[in-house]
Design a protein around this ligand. Sequence first.
Ligand code: ADP
Ligand code: MG
Length: 394
Amino acid sequence: MSSALTTSSVATTSAIEPAIVFDRVGVTYGHGRKTTVALADFNLRVAAGETVALLGPSGSGKSTALKALAGFVRPTSGAVRLAGRDVTDLSPAKRGIGVVVQSYALFPHMRVHDNVAFGLKAHRVPRNEIGNRVTEALEMVGMGAYAQRLPRELSGGQQQRVAIARALAIRPNVLLLDEPLAALDAQLRQTMLGELQQLRKALPDTAMLYVTHDQAEALALADRIAVMRDARLVDIDTARKLWQQPSSDFTAAFIGGANLLPATVKHVSGTAALVTVGEHTLRAEAPRPGVGRPDWVPDADAQLCVRPHTVQIAALTERDVLRGTVVSTVWKGATTRVQLTVQGLPVEVTADVPGHSELTVDDTVGVRFPDPAGVLIPPAAGTPSAADESEVRA
Ligand code: ADP
Ligand code: MG
């Protein structure tokens, strides 16, 4: 059945053109003094068969990007293309895109079958084909037995499956999902994540754009993650690369959580560096800087990104430990999050230690960073650096 779903419904496809292109797209809402720039100079390419997650906090412009592609908002500038075809001025129905939103948006008075058939009629699928197409789509999401139910007779998760079936029924080359799991409880979200992974496998040629503010969903589903902040795309790479070598403190904190220790570069050799953090000297990974990013040179300001799960707590008597004092502990079941002040460090440190920790507030402990302690990222935006940018570049 998956092969049937991959047949093209969009004209003028080209093997070399990406399935989705955002070309310098800007979207501004409102007029006069009440304007909001919701999307600014947004560039993104998604290949056929690729899943890209748009990840960012609420209000960062994720849904606006999706709506610009689906045709629900008109870009103020730039263009959107599907398989090489400029669709910026095309009506939504003619774009052949499948769209799933958070709120299911099923017609309450229509049975499941008719909800799924609705989009097919709008797309002028011949009457005698509609029954088979509805059955095929419902079976893809495990809802074949529910065709005669009304939406109110279904659970939230089942309603969302129907909404996904409705999007798939038109056999789209491009599937857009806008926080499709946000309305579901945690356990169901986990189940649905697994089902979405299976759906991806069943649709090997479909390009997917998956909007979420939940890093776990992005890590579970996406080939690449596009990080959004304040109407802009600030980072895009594979999940693994963004996790291992985040290019900004925003990305580091948003994906995985991070200790961001203000550091000064002392010595660099290849991709290894020695840095000072407060009174301590630590080894750090120094990834080669990308385009437009400062190089790591002696005396440059930086931040050392140390993942909380890599910080160990040991007895103060052990070798090579720093002296720490517990500020708070939060038991999370599988791990305990321990907040510490560390002698000689200017900021508090968060450690995620396995299991249940017996530590209590004001306990004195040994703190051990891994070696290297973490990865260098540019200094915090907005804080003036000691060596200003012109010096760093020199
Ligand atoms: P996200 O999906 O990342 O939460 P949105 O794309 O929905 O963000 O919104 C981006 C910005 O545009 C926000 O500041 C939001 O308030 C604003 N916005 C969204 N839709 C509208 C609208 N229809 N009219 C005016 N402002 C809007
Ligand atoms: Mg949104």
